[in-house]
Design a protein around this ligand. Sequence first.
Ligand code: NAP
Length: 279
Amino acid sequence: MGEPSKAVLITGCSSGIGRAIAERLASGGHRVYATARRPESIADLKEKGCEMLPLDVLDDESMRAAVAHVEEAEGAVGVLVNNAGYGQSGAIEAVPIDAVRRNFETNVFGYLRMAQLVLPGMRRQGWGRIVNMSSVAGRVTMPGSGPYSATKFAIEALSDALRFEVKGFGVRVSIVEPGPIRTHFTATANAGIPDADGAYTDYHAAVARADAEADQSKLLAGDPEDVAKTVEQAITARNPRTRYRVTVPARLLPTMRRVLSDRAFDAFLRTQAPPPGAR
Ligand code: NAP
């Protein structure tokens, strides 16, 4: 057999982290298939050296077609970067159940299905890399981020299972856990916070404010390029790490969560957003 395909397929390249990964990898000489559910949103990536494909992770046919296209052209998807996702914020009682289902469909089932589709090709060629964009929210649940955090905790579990199951086929799985990164993410999450009929109004306002403030912080937040650099490390390392953390909160919060008791950690959370209710 010849050299394995190292072609990279990235989901969610219209903006933010996915776009930065596509640009960085293409400029570094990687063969990049940038994808988005709105193809017009990535038209300019052609000039930057990317191939472009439509891909909506809520649409099985579009996922199949994108993978089939790369396999036809390259033999296999060599590297999958599962990135497309968004945050459904809001108090558990207040968030519409269909909104939570949709967040899981996108963030969890989208990642899982893409892995299922690329793995036969990776196994055939005995080489592959899968990078799953998780979050510090996959390790620690911050105020108002229950539904989103649940999706990212699920991604951590799926990735742990997958890493164990596919290593023997030459496929390596890494998880990237960014903290706050300045993208459209917070605006989308804040726009999706449900109306709360009084009981959670102040809580939701505090959550939206805290998340927006974190993005502004020079100390706490990073840029999409920081994540792109990390993804490049993960896919080019001979022996990639299991987890990569980007930004100070992504390194600090999981450690705090581990060493503090549940009660002590809740006391810390109260400093981030006053909890709803009087008691
Ligand atoms: P972003 O700028 O809002 O980008 C999200 C991307 O996901 C967009 O390209 C969006 O496409 C795409 N997407 C959403 N639903 C999709 C679907 N059904 N099919 C295909 N693409 C879809 O936010 P971002 O920060 O770059 O987020 C990228 C990833 O990083 C997400 O998984 C997020 O959870 C993770 N992350 C972000 C942060 C942060 O603070 N920014 C921190 C940790 C982890 P449209 O433009 O069409 O909506």
